[in-house]
Design a protein around this ligand. Sequence first.
Ligand SMILES: NC(=O)C1=CN([C@@H]2O[C@H](COP(=O)(O)OP(=O)(O)OC[C@H]3O[C@@H](n4cnc5c(N)ncnc54)[C@H](OP(=O)(O)O)[C@@H]3O)[C@@H](O)[C@H]2O)C=CC1
Ligand SMILES: Nc1nc(O)c(N)c(N[C@@H]2O[C@H](COP(=O)(O)O)[C@@H](O)[C@H]2O)n1
Length: 219
Amino acid sequence: MHVLVNAAMSADGKLATHRREQLRISGDADFARVDRRRAEVDAIVVGVGTVIADDPSLIRFDRERRSEIEPTGVPARVVVDSRGRTPLDAGLLSGDAPTYLLTSEATPPERRDAFRDAGARVIVAGTDRVNLPDAFGALEREGIERLLVEGGGELIFSCFEAELVDELSVYVGSLVIGGQDAPTLADGNGFVESFPALTLRGVERLGDGVLLRWRVENE
Ligand SMILES: NC(=O)C1=CN([C@@H]2O[C@H](COP(=O)(O)OP(=O)(O)OC[C@H]3O[C@@H](n4cnc5c(N)ncnc54)[C@H](OP(=O)(O)O)[C@@H]3O)[C@@H](O)[C@H]2O)C=CC1
Ligand SMILES: Nc1nc(O)c(N)c(N[C@@H]2O[C@H](COP(=O)(O)O)[C@@H](O)[C@H]2O)n1
């Protein structure tokens, strides 16, 4: 499996304001690039914090690019949600794309059934919290080879912590958001002694911001 993390942050490293409301950090050129990347993957992944904050639908992608590389199918949507907090009327449960709910045993069976009734494919991995290596392994067995993780910061940190990330792309927009409680690119507990090593692969001006691309050097 190949895992790409892509997100947009302010010059001070924030993904959104401290109110955790969706914020347009990318400009048109970067959104068009993200749509191309979405078209190239098998699934787009977000954490339940992002679902609650943004209610994304994740069905926007560059359809021309998709038809060039993959004549059939659309990218699936995936939410990482240990306790089944995703609202049953969430945008990513509607539309034609398949949706996976990666959850844990903490979600009661009847809540899991409600997600199935809403059309989701439910994968249980972990006792209290989603075990990401196991959950991503289950996605792989479903034929999902290319994953695009869009955030938010807590999920991105966990993906790095579990050494699941192969590639990192960050669009740095020309704004300062500030706020010690605003989400950053990698939140969670943070690393203390050993840090993921990155190799810089690209620096590109896109509109009024900069796209940075790294390869992740997992051992
Ligand atoms: N600028 C950008 O590019 C983007 C910005 N955002 C912004 O980010 C913010 C949301 O980020 P954030 O609050 O960090 O939430 P996340 O979207 O990262 O979701 C985190 C939640 O996912 C659940 N989860 C389950 N298993 C795991 C696991 N193994 N590791 C980590 N999380 C797990 C947890 O909830 P539980 O325990 O209940 O399961 C956790 O609280 C919003 O403001 C949104 O707008 C989001 C995406 C992109
Ligand atoms: N690349 C990027 N740039 C920004 O400025 C953003 N705010 C985001 N947000 C991500 O896109 C999701 C919404 O997508 P759809 O509207 O459903 O297509 C949002 O939930 C974040 O994951 N991304």
